[in-house]
Design a binder for this molecule. Structure first.
Ligand code: ATP
Ligand code: MG
Ligand code: MG
Length: 353
């Protein structure tokens, strides 16, 4: 039987493998630093858990396989410059921006984008790393080493952040999870909650936007679209051509989770509309030690990534799914986590219907 290789062996690769096991599929995440010769066969399939990678012994073998799904799309979306150009070309609303070139000035940024401008590195940024604020009030200048390597984006005064996770099959059929409400603190995702009735009014607008993109790229698999909600409008913040942290709640809260859907799509297996179960919420474990006492909390599902704990590092997540909302409220009151978690848990409690 053919093997499904995953470029990257982090938590997303592990969860792809876990989701594919009941389907009887052989999924093998590959550490990009591996020096092994991979036993690739012509009819194997290759996917990725990350949108960019350095050229290594492992990635060279995978990236030259003829069944690497979406291979041409990764560089288009991994570079914020070309990603923004795609959004503009497809007339999809996004935060106003311009490329930061060698002759770009902060003055120009303030004139065209306003008094607060966010510089984002074109490549490699995640969890809010690779961002730099320009503030007119402080007379901030563009650092020399950001010129040619960043885009400048208008500061968006959004009401809240939502994301849409969808899957597209080889013949173009598409299915979407309900919009997820997300809380980022200092640029990193702390908590998600879905589904929320009050977001239903935005669902079809969001689906149309992500459909346009997936169709234009002839994309196969799961893609995530992060948005700012401003009143009834959505502005695309960024896209991820892979399974996404804001879709982790689907492991507990949907008949088919995002990981299984991605595997099904790239393996050419049937897709079907997903049944969404009850109310879900997700809490990322960021820089906190593993605590098995969490397991005493009703409704809690623990995912621990077995990574070294470091400040600001995602080391696991907690899923909750329940019909009875008092179970969720109780779980939140029982979770004892350090700052800034009280803010995240209060936010979840407030947003539970
Ligand atoms: P991810 O881990 O999601 O890949 P990232 O490092 O790629 O994150 P973004 O998603 O672009 O970065 O930004 C991280 C967070 O910073 C956003 O979720 C949002 O909270 C905030 N942010 C990003 N762009 C803007 C903006 N233009 N105006 C205001 N806040 C912003
Ligand atoms: Mg990102
Ligand atoms: Mg993001």
């Amino acid at each position: 039987m053919s093997v499904l290789w995953v470029l990257g062996a982090g938590q997303l690769g592990a969860m792809l493998k876990q989701a594919a096991t009941p389907l009887g599929l052989d999924v093998r995440p590959v550490d990009i630093e591996s020096t092994a010769t991979l036993p690739l066969s012509a009819n194997d399939i290759v996917t990725a858990e990350r949108e960019e990678w350095p050229e290594t012994i492992a990635t060279k073998q995978l990236a030259t396989h003829s069944n690497f799904v979406n291979l041409a799309t990764f560089p288009q979306l991994a570079d914020r410059l070309t990603q923004k150009q795609w959004l503009d070309r497809l007339e999809l609303a996004t935060a106003p921006w311009f490329p930061v070139e060698s002759d770009s000035t902060a003055q120009h940024a303030y004139q065209t984008l306003g008094a607060r401008v966010l510089l984002k590195r074109r490549r490699g940024g995640y969890d809010g790393k690779g961002q730099y604020w320009l503030k007119q009030a402080d007379n901030t200048d563009i650092p020399e080493d950001w010129k040619g390597h960043a885009i400048a984006e208008q500061a968006i005064n959004f009401d809240e952040e939502v994301s849409l996770v969808g899957v597209r099959g080889k013949n173009g059929e598409k299915y979407f999870y309900p919009l997820t409400l997300n809380l980022h603190i200092n640029g990193i995702l702390y908590a998600s909650i879905a589904p929320l009735k009050r977001l239903n009014a935005l669902q079809s607008k969001a689906e149309t936007m992500l459909s346009t993109l997936m169709d234009a790229l002839d994309y196969v698999g799961v893609m995530a679209m992060e948005c700012f909600r401003i009143g009834d409008d959505l502005l695309i913040n960024e896209l991820a051509p892979r399974v996404h942290n804001s879709g982790h709640w689907t492991q507990a809260g949907a008949s088919v989770c995002q990981f299984e859907n991605h595997i099904r799509a790239v393996a050419g297996l049937p897709l079907a509309p997903m049944e969404v179960k009850n109310q879900s919420m997700m809490v990322n474990l960021i820089g906190v030690d593993l605590n098995y006492q969490w397991l005493t909390i009703k409704g809690l599902e623990l995912y621990w990534y077995k990574k070294d704990v470091r400040p600001g590092r995602k080391v696991g997540h907690l899923n909750f799914c329940a019909n009875d909302h008092s179970v969720l409220q109780n779980a939140l009151s029982e979770l004892n986590l350090p700052a800034p978690y009280p803010e995240a848990l209060t936010w979840l409690a407030k947003n539970l219907p």
